[in-house]
Design a protein around this ligand. Structure first.
Ligand SMILES: Nc1ncnc2c1ncn2[C@@H]1O[C@H](COP(=O)(O)OP(=O)(O)OP(=O)(O)O)[C@@H](O)[C@H]1O
Ligand SMILES: [Mg+2]
Length: 432
């Protein structure tokens, strides 16, 4: 299979990433893992060793000031949580109305279930579904404070190991984000955030209810330690906790629900929704379009990547569908699941398209800029340009626009920040 893929991989034969560390505004390191078939070799254009670049990007990450530390002006009373749900970008979701309604019912209900966990594979829509569930909860008027925190790095780095200062810093970021959304400022030192948050929650009146979302707990095999930590902060009934993770939580304390792949009819409706302005796509019969649903296995993220890349490219839809059909037929088997191979193929294809428009260097610079951050982190427009080192304002604006259209980069409409999906982050940093 991988041999069959290698033919398609073309320019992003290069594929992978990058750490661009910026010291005093100067880009000092970029590394690319050049992929040739099965093998990866590493090229370091700016003379730094791989270990140095990795340690540099790690240090940069550790020293990164959490994005949100100022007390949120709304004190968590209104829609501030939306700003913290990084990368959520859907206008509507397909095939999950019943699921979102049921989940909102559990969270707003009077029952004893106060911790809900959404699980499913990467790109299945956990964050998106959680976002819509929170929207429903918000409209119910049952919560006084809605808080959205992302635990991606905390989870990845085993935040609960007290001996690991970096891990502790990541967990403190989560605490900082929660504190900020509850209206607490940064006047006390980081070490005291947890204690202050605890005091704040305990001092709430008995009627005041918090809905806390902790998104992206995928690095943890179980979420018990997170729940314990949050309970120590005073978060328990009548508050509610909504967690998302790629793993199923088996603790009896937690109600777990899977976000399933899209059914064929929902996947097709989604494809046509994405391609609404393209008559040649919308007019195709289900039989032909079905290959997208089939090859992506109903994964909304991959569906979006395929359709958006097609829309941005000059290729005919039949060619795209033809390539997708071929994919998987020449199974060679390199031990990886087909889903992974398809995912890699689709990223490679999208990145190749982008390279065709803007050149390899610009693509590496842009996507690589996200490699200087931690997974899930976002960059503001000017910061992204600076870190990428793309000098020309026009080129930067154009490549960013195309990347967003292709679903490689995700804009946040609310605060004009940009991030890449965790799956692309994993792909470009070869973490999974
Ligand atoms: N039901 C759906 N209908 C339409 N689009 C969807 C649906 N679910 C998810 N999406 C879109 O698919 C993409 C991936 O969704 P999301 O980021 O929520 O996945 P995830 O399960 O949280 O992934 P990860 O495990 O990597 O965090 C997003 O662009 C989202 O807008
Ligand atoms: Mg997610």
């Amino acid at each position: 299979m991988i041999d069959a893929l290698a033919g398609h991989l073309g320019g992003w034969a290069l594929a992978s990433v990058v750490a661009v560390a910026v010291v005093g505004g100067l880009a000092v390191g970029v590394f690319l893992a050049l992929r040739t078939g099965r093998a990866f070799s590493v090229e370091l254009p700016f003379g730094l060793g791989k270990a140095e670049v990795e340690s540099l990007s790690r240090t940069t990450a550790a020293e990164t000031v959490p994005e949100v530390l100022e007390p949120d002006p709304s004190g968590g009373a209104d829609d501030a949580w939306r700003r913290h749900a990084n990368g959520v970008e859907h206008d509507r979701l397909f095939g999950v109305d019943t699921l979102t309604a049921q989940l909102a019912e559990v969270l707003t209900g009077a029952g004893g279930n106060w911790i809900l966990s959404l699980y499913g594979i990467g790109g299945a829509g956990k964050t998106a579904v959680a976002f819509d569930v929170v929207g429903l909860c918000r409209r119910s008027g049952k919560f006084d404070h809605i808080v959205w925190a992302s635990a991606k790095n905390a989870a990845r780095e085993n935040a609960f190991s007290e001996r690991d200062p970096l891990a502790l810093a990541y967990w403190q970021d989560v605490i900082g984000s929660i504190s900020s959304q509850l209206g607490l400022g940064t006047e006390v030192s980081r070490e005291l955030w947890e204690e202050r948050l605890h005091d704040h929650i305990e001092a709430l009146s008995p009627e005041e209810r918090i809905l806390l979302v902790v998104d992206n707990l995928e690095g943890l095999e179980d979420v018990t330690s997170v729940v314990d930590s949050l309970q120590r902060l005073g978060l328990r009934q009548p508050h509610r906790l909504l967690l998302t993770s790629r793993h199923r939580e088996r603790s009896r304390r937690v109600v777990s629900r899977m976000v399933p792949p899209l059914k064929d009819e929902d996947a097709l409706a989604f494809v046509r929704h994405l391609g609404v302005d393209d008559p040649s796509l919308v007019a195709l019969p289900d039989r032909k379009l079905g290959v997208i649903a089939e090859r992506t296995e109903g994964n909304p993220f991959l569906i979006k990547l395929v359709v958006r890349t097609y829309l941005e490219s000059a290729r005919a839809i039949d060619m795209v569908l033809g390539d997708l059909s071929d994919l998987g037929n020449g199974a060679g088997g390199d031990g990886r699941a087909l889903g992974h191979q398809v995912r890699d193929y689709l990223f490679t294809r999208s990145l190749n398209e982008l390279e065709g428009m803007y050149g390899q260097e610009n693509v590496v610079r842009l996507i690589g800029a996200f490699g200087t951050k931690r997974a899930g982190d976002s960059l503001e427009y000017r910061e992204l340009q600076r870190v990428s080192g793309i000098q020309s304002d026009g080129t930067f604006a154009a490549i960013l626009r195309s990347s967003c259209r292709m679903s490689l980069v995700r804009p946040s409409q609310v605060n004009k920040r940009y991030s890449i999906h965790s799956l692309l982050y994993d792909f470009t940093t070869q973490r999974s």
